[in-house]
Design a protein around this ligand. Structure first.
Ligand code: FPP
Length: 252
C-alpha cells in the first residue's frame, strides 16, 4: 500500500470514483450512549453498518476498502470491551466469510498477528486463503494495527538486511521502505473517511495517507450507510489533487 500502482484490469477507472477508500469507523460508543445502550450494542450495530458499506463499495466501483477494526491502542480499553470486539470479529468472519467470498471479495489483513489468540489468527488466515483469488473488491481489515508499529517493523527488517551485509543503506528509498509495509501491493488510499466528527488519523495508514484526501463526517459509525458513503465520495470529487505539483492529477 505504498507505491501508487496503476489500475489493473477489473479495477475502477471512473474519473471521480476513488479506487481505494479507507475508513476510521468511529463513534460506536457515543451512538450507544446516546440511546442508553451498552457500548457493545454500538459495536454490534457497527458490524451491521460495515456489511452495508462493503456491499455499497462494490456497487460504487471501489476496488479497495480498508477498515480500522482494532488499533494497537485499543488494548487500553477494559478487558470486557476488548472481548466484545474480538467476539465480533470472530462472528463476522464465521458468519460473513461465505457471503464475502460469493460476492467476490478478497480479504486481506494488516497489523500485528503476534500476541493474538491462535483461533483469531486461524480465522484471519482462513479468510485470506479462501478469498485470495477474488477480484471484485479487496477488503483490507486493519486489526491490531498501528501505523508507527508498521513503519518500525519495516525499518527493523531493513536494518537486519543491512546488518547481515545483504543491503547497502544507500539503496533505501521511500519506495523500498514502502515495499516493506504490511500490504505493499495495495495502492495508497485516495480517500480516508472518519466518522463521528473527530478530525485526526489516530495512527492509521500514516505513511500511505501522504496524499489521501480526508473527509470527516459528523455521524457515528452505526448510522453510516451507502448514502453517507456516496456523499463522502461526492466531497472527494470536489477536491483538486495535485500530489505536491501545480496541476490537478487523477488519483494514484
Ligand atoms: C470506534 O468506536 C470503533 C472501534 C474501536 C472499533 C470498530 C469496530 C467495529 C465497527 C466493529 C467490529 C468490526 C469487526 C470486523 C471486528 P468507539 O468505541 O471508539 O466509539 P466512541 O469513540 O464513541 O467511544
Amino acid at each position: 500500500m505504498s507505491n501508487g500502482a496503476m489500475p489493473k484490469p477489473g479495477e475502477s477507472d471512473r474519473a471521480d470514483a476513488p479506487r481505494h477508500v479507507a475508513i476510521i469507523m468511529d463513534g460506536n460508543g457515543r451512538w450507544a450512549a446516546a440511546r442508553g445502550l451498552p457500548r457493545a450494542e454500538g459495536h454490534r450495530r457497527g458490524v451491521d453498518a460495515l456489511r452495508k458499506v462493503v456491499r455499497a463499495s462494490h456497487e460504487l466501483g471501489i476496488s479497495y476498502l480498508t477498515i480500522f477494526s482494532f488499533s494497537s491502542e485499543n488494548w487500553s480499553r477494559p478487558a470486557s470491551e476488548i472481548g466484545d470486539l474480538f467476539g465480533l470479529l470472530r462472528r463476522f468472519i464465521r458468519n460473513d466469510l461465505a457471503t464475502l467470498h460469493a460476492d467476490g471479495v478478497r480479504v486481506r489483513v494488516i497489523g500485528e498477528r503476534d500476541g493474538l489468540e491462535s483461533d483469531i489468527c486461524a480465522l484471519l488466515n482462513e479468510a485470506e486463503e479462501l478469498t485470495r483469488n477474488n477480484t471484485r473488491l479487496t477488503l483490507v481489515v486493519a486489526f491490531n494495527y498501528g501505523s508507527r508499529q508498521e513503519i518500525a517493523n519495516a525499518a527493523q527488517r531493513l536494518a537486519r538486511e543491512v546488518a547481515e551485509g545483504k543491503r547497502d543503506p544507500a539503496t533505501i528509498t521511500t519506495d523500498t521502505l514502502g515495499s516493506y509495509l504490511d500490504a505493499p501491493d495495495i495502492p495508497d488510499p485516495d480517500l480516508i473517511i472518519r466518522t463521528s466528527g473527530e478530525q485526526r488519523l489516530s495512527n492509521f495508514l500514516m505513511w500511505q495517507a501522504a496524499y489521501s484526501e480526508l473527509v470527516f463526517v459528523p455521524i457515528h459509525w452505526p448510522d453510516f450507510d451507502k448514502a453517507a458513503l456516496e456523499s463522502a465520495i461526492a466531497e472527494y470529487a470536489t477536491r483538486e489533487r495535485r500530489f505536491g505539483g501545480l496541476v490537478a492529477k487523477t488519483g494514484s
